[in-house]
Write a protein that binds this ligand. Sequence first.
Ligand SMILES: NC(=O)c1ccc[n+]([C@@H]2O[C@H](COP(=O)([O-])OP(=O)(O)OC[C@H]3O[C@@H](n4cnc5c(N)ncnc54)[C@H](OP(=O)(O)O)[C@@H]3O)[C@@H](O)[C@H]2O)c1
Length: 285
Amino acid sequence: MIAITGANGNLGKATLSFLLKKTKPENIVAVVRDAGKLSEYAGSGMHIRVADYEDQESLERALTGVHRLLQISASATGVRAMAQETRVVHAAVKCGVQEIVYTSTLFPEESAHFHAAHICRNTEALVRQSSMRYIFFRNSMYHETIPLFIGEAMGDGRIFYPSGNGRVSFVSRRDIAEALSHVLTGPAFNNAIHDITGPEAFSFADIALELKDIAGYRDAAHTDISPEDYRKGLLGFGLDEEEAGFYASMADSIRAGEFEKTHHSLEGFLGRKPLGVQQYLRGLF
Ligand SMILES: NC(=O)c1ccc[n+]([C@@H]2O[C@H](COP(=O)([O-])OP(=O)(O)OC[C@H]3O[C@@H](n4cnc5c(N)ncnc54)[C@H](OP(=O)(O)O)[C@@H]3O)[C@@H](O)[C@H]2O)c1
């Protein structure tokens, strides 16, 4: 059986829908915190199992009989996220999962600015040390993060973001899901690491130009605000220190070029060009 954690999340649900085109629902175990969030699949034959990343035993129950696992990275932050992802790996090992695909991040290096990169780095190491065969999807940032980064600029094109000239190889979450469905139903895992990116990297000045073109915003431009002002702004919006630090680390990582790499592996999985940033932005207007 093939299991997916975070199966009701954006990436999990998209992967499920592609997977259902390739295998029977009876072969799929959707691991969720709340079965009600996948109620559309109740009675479909898919196994919907309830587990919480905070509860080791629930994870072990959920992964019983699973051969191949898609571990979607945790949405928590900090030490909590690290402990959650560690529990999933330990449960997988204990349940005899043989193959695991883990959604990592593009630059999971010791020097990374992005806080989540250190969680991914730790989880990758745990998986490598286990007996499971693995595939790591080192994902760049989703297209869907663009409106979150630029906020009100979606309405006027004036982007205030502390990313310098840093570029991001934004990638379609739906394309990642489709590629994951191929891997989950494909040949034996070969301990491979794939950089999963869009075809081009964009700076926020490039995004502003796209907004000028697509939405007709005459004043569209990127202003590189100071990282400190950005952090203060996040705290002012009511984020706590950890959350503000997380988002600030994301901007720092972009500024440092940690998300600018592009690679053709996604195109290889899909057998077509991945969706580009222009196509994504056009779809929003
Ligand atoms: N590359 C990028 O740009 C980018 C952007 C955002 C996130 N990410 C990472 O990619 C992952 C997938 O993205 P996404 O858009 O699918 O995120 P998402 O929609 O927030 O999905 C997160 C999933 O994790 C589940 N979850 C959270 N806490 C849990 C817990 N304690 N126990 C069990 N399940 C739990 C959620 O379940 P509930 O519905 O019950 O909360 C949900 O199914 C994220 O979790 C994050 O690590 C990457």
